[in-house]
Design a protein around this ligand. Sequence first.
Ligand SMILES: [Zn+2]
Length: 271
Amino acid sequence: MNYQLRMTLIDAIDIEMGETKRITCPFCNGKSTFTISKMEDGVILYNCYRATCYVRGKKQGQYYASDIKKKLDKKEDKGYNYISDKHFTAITSSPRAIKWLRDRHSLEAIVHNRIDIKWDERRKSIFFPIKEYGEIIDGVDTPLNKKQWRRRGNSNKGLIVPHYGEYSEHQIYTPRVGLVEDAPSACNVSNIMDACAMLGVHLTEEMLLDIFNNWDQAIIMLDPDAQNAALKIKGQLTPFVDTHILRLSDDPKNIPTRELKEIFDKWITKL
Ligand SMILES: [Zn+2]
């Protein structure tokens, strides 16, 4: 089917902003095999489950008056707070930070240039950056004297730690991504596959779009207390990517890398 015809069929589907529908596929006529979703920014995602069809894609949808009103009602500001790096120094300037990262199996991610973690002397905090086109648009502050980390910006994006490193000219991704709660867990999982920290147990639209664009399969790896959240996220992702839950005894950051690899390898053969 040519591209134009496909777009015409997609445009013909009546869907509102923020809505997800499961309908008969307009391409293969598979009953309820076709999922379409319209994001807050008007982007439309669609996907057919049927193996013989497997239509899948994304397009910028049209804006309608009702959509624009909804968007204004949300008073959403899409501008990023770019983060200045003037208080950052190399992570190696803090032996305490290095120990903290080693205890959470996160050092290898730095050694392999998968993430450019910094030390923030003013805040006595480890900073995990979220970048876009080389600029820091967001990130996570992890103060060493406090228990809780916090997101510094407003991007709603996940913190991605790519297995093959963040500096490759054309970013190469692994076929699957591991979804975790926090930054050090993403660092540890990046030893096995690309990893995305949701910085919580809630999947945002921005994360969903990134996952849809870059990976064919998502593996949710949350600690045992968050299994309800894991099921919810699986429900949100399944229409768009092949999604599975890997049940672990703890957060990935608390499981030694070799053990985590063994658990994963054993689990994936049974999938
Ligand atoms: Zn189909």
